[in-house]
Design a protein around this ligand. Structure first.
Ligand SMILES: [Zn+2]
Length: 76
C-alpha cells in the first residue's frame, strides 16, 4: 500500500497515512480528528531522492540544448 503525507487544514498538523490502492481509505487528522486534510505527496519519492549513490552519474541531456545535432541524427 502506498503511504501519503497529509496536512490537516484545521490545525495544520502534518502526518503520514497508509491508504489502500482503491483510495477508499478515509483519512482523518490524528490530532483534531478532522477529516479535512490535504494530500501532499508520496513519501516513496522523497526516500528515493535521498537514497544516494546516483548523484555521481552524469546527466544524460545536460548542455545539449537542441537535443539533436549531437551526432547520430544526420542533421549536422
Ligand atoms: Zn488537525
Amino acid at each position: 500500500m502506498p503511504m501519503y503525507e497529509y496536512a490537516c487544514t484545521k490545525c495544520s498538523h502534518q502526518f503520514e497515512e497508509l491508504v489502500s490502492a482503491s483510495g477508499s481509505t478515509v483519512v482523518a487528522c490524528p490530532v483534531c480528528n478532522s477529516g479535512k486534510v490535504d494530500k501532499l505527496f508520496s513519501t516513496f519519492q522523497r526516500v528515493r531522492v535521498g537514497g544516494g549513490g546516483l548523484e555521481s552519474a552524469p546527466a544524460p541531456t545536460a548542455g545539449r540544448a537542441g537535443g539533436c545535432c549531437g551526432g547520430g541524427c544526420g542533421c549536422g
